[in-house]
Design a protein around this ligand. Structure first.
Ligand code: ZN
Length: 139
């Protein structure tokens, strides 16, 4: 069995944002040379997510509004966690909803997606460099 590991670095300049990382993960699959196997992609931070969905117009804005309704950033004083001096309790909660990782099958050297599936990074406490882990195993 072959195995491959790579860290993708991202720096979202705002507190929150979404990035399509599908091309970067496809590049990892090519680089790995693995034709049949599994590809794990996970955020290495507890205030950002990796998830699969469609790249349709309006979805980033809808996620942003929905997540702000569920766990608004302001007022920061509403969260117990922020009594530690941090202001990112909402980011921990948003990450929980949007998920930590995705696993995609690799078939014939390609990510074996459903029709509209793509891989996204969701940032909820940005303005700094963060990492996404790509781990691929197979033959
Ligand atoms: Zn925190």
């Amino acid at each position: 069995m072959k195995s491959y590991r790579k860290e993708i670095w991202l720096n979202v300049p705002e507190r929150r944002g979404f990035v399509n990382i599908t091309r970067q993960v496809e590049e990892c699959v090519r680089e790995s040379g693995i034709k049949e196997g599994l590809c794990l992609v996970n955020s290495m931070h507890i205030t950002s997510s990796v998830y699969i969905n469609d790249n349709e117009s309006g979805l980033f804005e809808d996620y942003e509004r929905w997540l702000e309704e569920l766990a608004p950033h302001e007022p920061v004083s509403q969260y117990m966690h922020n009594r530690t001096g941090e202001d990112n309790a909402d980011a921990h909660l948003k990450r929980q909803i949007m998920g930590r990782e995705v696993v995609v099958a690799i078939t014939d050297g390609k990510l074996d997606f459903g029709t509209w599936e793509q891989i996204f990074y969701g940032e909820f406490d940005g303005r700094r460099r963060k990492r996404v882990l790509v781990k691929i195993i197979g033959e």
